[in-house]
Design a protein around this ligand. Sequence first.
Ligand code: LLP
Length: 383
Amino acid sequence: MFSDKDISRFANLETPFYYYDLSLLQNTLKTCADAAKLYNFHVHYAMKANFNPVVLQKIKATGFGADCVSGGEVSKALESGFDKNQIVFAGVGKSDKEINLALDEDIFCFNVESVQELEVINELAAKKGKKAKVAIRINPNVDAHTHHNITTGLDENKFGVNSWDLPQCAETLKASANLEFIGIHFHIGSQITNLDVYKNLCVRVNEFGLWFEERGFTVKVLNVGGGLGIDYHNPDQQVPDFGNYFKIFSDFLEIRAGQEVHFELGRALVGQSASLISRVLYVKNGKKKNFVVLDAGMTELMRPALYQAYHKIENLSRGKQVALKYDIVGPICESTDCFGKEVEQPETFRGDLYAIRSAGAYGEVMASKYNLRDEIRSVYSED
Ligand code: LLP
């Protein structure tokens, strides 16, 4: 929700830009941290959702760790002051260079996604005379009931070690002097809104934990990944239900004494805290359709073009009285450069300000230079 003061501030700024509501971000982080503390759960922030430096500073200050998926993210986490003992490194395709970097930095753990990767980490760690801490990312074949492009925990997905490869995995772990097994890792998908899915995940985590214990391994860490969704239809109902989310894991996981439960949340922490603010360049009234052409496009927020994702769109200049239906499009030379079709809006004019809401996660980080677009800046509520 924007105040009149926000809107008059926006009117004087060059568009488009990402607008961060830092007090909402702070509130979201605190709510999550407080809820996790109740159960002594550890939260790692999934940096891929947003690595804006101002956002990262707030997250680091909350005491969360960092979940990284590239050498670049590991470096960024360290530069931003995250504790190396709270940095985990996942990803199905870690290069030797990235593994070496993480070994040099002595990060907390590699979340390993194949038997071959275990062998490579062992070899590279041996060359450095180090012991790498590893957790096995297991593909649990649990349906996250989310968009098929962002589901990750099914047999047909590329992520994690499949259950039928676990015996080989256990053998490799036992034979690898430069690996220290610390636990098991899962991530079944993103934008999960049906929390029951997590109950199914817990059942699988318990089974796989037992499987490793029965083979003589100590499972210190249960990392259940992230994926908690946000309500894109109600961006003003801003803070996700962290309490219920964590309670499910407390209720359904069989947590042994000395075991730690780790989470990797991205979207739920940052998603609602930003909007993409844009100005109307042109209004085209066609025979069949009316178009609002914005100065922001899929290059600044790719989710609608890529996943047909819904983002709430608001005209900030004309009040709330809807009058017409418009396709809200960007300037990019692609037909998929459309933020929403047949969206009800007040009658719109050149120069009106528009907000595309819930752009805090997978917005700025997925921006592209396509059409040689300028990189846009970020504006903060506490500027
Ligand atoms: N952990 C792992 C191993 C992941 O792959 C991801 C996200 C997360 C944690 C954090 O998930 P979150 O809590 O944010 O759902 N670009 C897509 C989302 C891709 C998610 C990739 N992995 C989108 O815009 O919807």
